[in-house]
Design a protein around this ligand. Structure first.
Ligand code: UGA
Length: 432
């Protein structure tokens, strides 16, 4: 099939290259000419394991092309995926849909024959209706169908999530387009993915409901971890004990720092805002957002306790600063709250992250990047393991740093408490 992905950010690029790998002809379009030029040279603008190899493979066999010419690319394609960003609107908590609607306007001028137009971007309920209205201004109903096909790709695992999805959700109010989409996804369905056809509005809501539910699961276990710390219970026993109940499931029950990234924080706020618009109170999700916002302060209070409230001149090391492992994404990472607050209290902070230096800490006093774990640990009083990179999982602290013993605060519970303590280090973790 001939596909056009509009927006070569995370969603558009990963989905585009995966569709081309399944044998489709895919044009990835972006108005950012520099980005398109880089992609044409085989340079990938985002950090995603495995993506570069897959792009090169499909670019070489000419199933994947890049362009900044939206109109022409759309004219050559049968299915158009809108994959532009829907960030939080400035000064509000709702989703900023300006990029989606701008694309819809451009599309309305490019429909030379029947096209299936699909939102892959995360968009609030009724956005599909609005896109349809925009297209109808310049085209007859026969020229297009607007569908919703949300993505469920995790950063760092995006290619695997695309190829082996739990489910594929397609929201369409039109049978013919649904059949075409089912056909497009047949290679994944035949490998075991569930295909769910719903109304367009349902598909839009399924995406927000899923992200909000996962955020709720994490927040739930994070709050229970606080209780475990006061009652000498290991949170991991609780996660396992709960997760073994098939009705609950074991995934996304790992206690840690506040959830972050470009999706959960934005989407939980946006669904509340949509519900408010329809005069519905999503009180559970509201509490989740509030609790997650407070989480970094709870962890900081623990840091103050560990350091006996003497923060000034303390040398603190952060191992990992991204919001999770296998990504270079800093968006809504709890390190962005924790590091500035510790700096304000007079601490000297060094950090190491496998994805390198972060401009986010550029203007924060006494914060420096170190190019290796060893250098970052040298002279430290407290080491905060912030991100669960594999690089940190087998560190032998004792052999890496001779002399002074620091305290370790493991926010991801990646170490065994007995092992670390047997090396002579004081060790704290989350909910255990
Ligand atoms: C999330 C969803 O998992 C994807 O299904 C969805 O497609 C994507 O958002 C999106 O809407 O585009 P992502 O933001 O990449 O994916 O990150 P996750 O792996 O879901 O992690 C989100 C946050 O939850 C991270 O801060 C992570 O550290 C935290 N988390 C996750 C926990 O604290 N505990 C867990 O058990 C799992």
């Amino acid at each position: 099939m001939k596909l056009c992905m509009i927006g070569t950010g995370y969603v558009g690029l990963v989905s585009g290259v995966c569709f081309s790998d399944l044998g489709n002809d895919v044009i990835c379009v972006d108005k950012d000419i520099k980005k398109i030029d880089l992609l044409k040279k085989g340079k990938i603008p985002i950090y995603e394991p495995g993506l570069s190899e897959l792009v090169l493979k499909n670019f070489k066999n000419e199933r994947l092309t890049f362009s900044s010419d939206l109109k022409n690319s759309v004219k050559k394609s049968d299915i158009i995926f809108i994959c532009v960003g829907t960030p939080t609107k400035k000064g509000s908590s709702s989703a900023d849909l300006s990029q989606v609607y701008n694309v819809a306007k451009e599309l309305s001028l490019s429909l030379n024959k029947f096209k299936i137009i699909i939102t892959k971007s995360t968009v609030p309920v009724t956005t599909g209706d609005e896109i349809e209205k925009i297209l109808l201004k310049k085209n007859s109903k026969k020229k297009f169908a607007v569908l919703s096909n949300p993505e469920f790709l995790r950063e760092g695992e995006a290619i695997r999530d695309f190829i082996y999805p739990d489910r594929i959700v397609v929201g369409s109010n039109d049978k013919k387009s649904n059949k075409i989409l089912k056909n497009l996804y047949t290679p994944l369905i035949s490998k075991g993915a569930q295909y769910l056809h719903t109304s367009r509005r349902s598909a839009e809501l399924i995406k927000y409901a899923s992200n909000s539910f996962l955020a709720t699961k994490i927040t739930f276990i994070n709050e229970l971890a606080n209780l475990c710390e006061k009652t000498a219970i290991n949170i991991e026993d609780i996660s396992i004990g709960m997760g073994l109940d098939k009705r609950i499931g074991s995934r996304f029950l790992r206690a840690g720092p506040a959830y972050g990234g470009s999706c959960f924080p934005k989407d939980t706020k946006a669904i509340i805002s949509t519900a408010d618009k329809f005069k519905t109170n999503l009180s559970v999700i509201k509490s989740v957002v509030k609790s997650n916002k407070n989480r970094s302060d709870i962890l900081l209070r623990r840091v103050y306790e560990i350091l006996k409230n003497k923060i000034k001149n303390k040398k603190i090391t952060f191992l990992g600063v991204t919001f999770k492992a296998n990504t270079d994404d800093m968006r809504d990472s709890s390190s962005l709250t924790m590091i500035p607050k510790l700096s304000k209290k007079g601490a000297f902070i060094k950090y190491f992250d496998p994805t390198g230096y972060k401009k986010e800490f550029e203007n924060i006093k006494n914060v420096s990047y170190e190019g290796s774990i060893k250098k970052a640990l040298k002279g430290s009083d407290l080491v905060i393991v912030h991100t669960e990179w594999n690089d940190f999982k087998s560190i032998n602290f004792k052999s890496l740093v001779k002399g002074k013993k620091f305290i370790i605060y493991d926010l991801r519970n990646i170490y065994s408490s007995t092992k670390i303590k047997s090396q002579g280090f004081k060790y704290f973790s989350v909910g255990r």
